[in-house]
Design a protein around this ligand. Structure first.
Ligand SMILES: *Cc1c(COP(=O)(O)O)cnc(C)c1O
Length: 385
């Protein structure tokens, strides 16, 4: 009996060939594959610019730096996300403010945002949880009204659509990750997409030590100047957050299969949805009719009282039957580090209730229908429903 993980990348011979080709090419990093991958991403999402980074976390850090987030500044985001969404604000001395979620989708509740806005708020950071976009029209309207940036953490949502529009160009910046559990992988990697040329320029510099060769930006403080071929200036304190040509070649090859991956993810989710529509004790997240989820993960809400078992018991039994599950996520502010910063337990009651009931079932493109039926059957057996 094969073991079914909760998520897994799909690598084929074409991906392997693409990476090997780069290894023979002479350009391991800072070569042509980077711009090629960026262009392919921008084209796929219908956005002007893409800037790739060494991880999704580095991409978030760069996006926050591009809006010049400073100590004392605040961003408003969801507690039901990976810690990186909030951590990247802390890197810059800013603070995340956690907004409670919608009980049915586990996405940021747009109706709760406005009461959290102060004169230190700089940005709203919606997280498209599990792959389903947040209520972007509402969020963008609030941001416009209060003169705030919107930076989407779309690490779960590559290929998702909102009101017919693909995620990637709805707001100021959109962040993606290419970690192996995500829709397409580069091993490690991430990207920021934007339509704004000024933000694009800042993202590029932040990735490369704050260095530029752009003659329009040079200070002229030094005796050297353009067009001296060796001349560059460091204008800000940036990082080395580059992604190599090896990674980008893998990303390009993976991106060609994204539509196929998405189709399979949605088929698997539909099989689960059909079953769990009929089981009151195990409920899938609600799907809004004006959005098309990219189904990064398949999240359920379980009524443990009703099935008379604890989450630990269910997870352990499933693991013994060769099925791995996960919990996405512990509310970020409940992490010990955030507790030490003074965030109160119970800050977002709906997020806490959601977390208590959450269980993520396996979902990845290489799952067969037999795998899915086995998961469904085993879950129903273990939960006696
Ligand atoms: C994966 C993920 C990240 C971070 O991406 P890395 O590439 O692992 O650094 C950030 N936010 C969310 C919601 C994610 O799922």
């Amino acid at each position: 009996m094969n073991f079914i993980p909760y998520g897994r990348h799909s690598i084929d011979e074409k991906d392997i060939e693409a990476v090997v080709e780069v290894m023979r090419s002479g350009w391991l990093t800072q070569g042509p594959k980077i711009a090629e991958f960026e262009e392919a991403l921008a084209t796929y999402c219908g956005t002007r610019y893409a800037v790739v980074f060494s991880s999704g976390t580095a991409a978030l850090h760069a996006a926050y730096a591009a809006i010049e987030l400073r100590p004392g500044d605040k961003i408003i985001t969801s507690p039901i996300t990976f810690v990186a969404t909030a951590n990247a604000a802390l890197y810059l001395g800013a603070r995340p403010v956690f907004c409670d979620i919608e009980r049915d989708t586990a996405n940021l509740d747009a109706t709760q945002i406005e009461r959290l806005i102060t004169n230190r708020t700089r940005a709203i950071v919606p997280v498209h949880f599990a792959g389903q976009p947040c209520d972007m029209d509402k969020i963008l309207r609030i941001a416009r009204h209060h003169n705030l940036y919107v930076i989407e953490d779309a690490c779960h949502a590559l290929g998702a659509t909102y009101r017919g529009q693909r995620i990637g160009s709805l707001s100021d910046m959109t962040v993606f990750s290419f970690h192996p559990v995500k829709h397409v992988t580069t091993g490690e990697g991430g990207a920021v997409l934007t339509n704004n040329p000024d933000l694009y320029r800042k993202l590029r510099m932040f990735r490369e030590h704050g260095i530029t060769r752009d003659p329009r930006l040079l200070s002229g403080l030094n005796p050297g100047r353009q067009p001296d071929p060796w001349y560059y200036e460091m204008l800000h304190l940036g990082y080395n957050y580059r992604l190599s040509d090896l990674h980008c070649a893998l990303g390009l090859s993976q991106l060609r299969k994204l539509d196929e991956f998405l189709k399979r993810r949605r088929e698997i989710a539909a099989l689960y949805n059909q079953t769990f529509a009929k089981t009151p004790a195990i409920q899938p997240l609600a799907q809004k009719p004006d959005r098309h989820s990219a189904y990064h993960i398949y999240v359920t809400q379980v009524n443990w009282k009703q099935i008379k078992k604890t989450r630990t018991e269910v997870c352990t039994s499933l693991r013994r039957s060769g099925i791995s599950t996960q919990v996405h996520y512990i509310p970020v502010y409940r992490q010990p580090y955030y507790q030490r910063l003074g965030y109160a337990q119970g800050l977002c009651p709906r997020a806490e209730a959601y977390y208590e009931a959450a269980l993520t079932l396996p979902l990845f493109p290489a799952m067969t229908n037999e795998d899915v039926y086995r998961v469904i059957k085993t879950v129903c057996n273990v939960c006696s429903i």
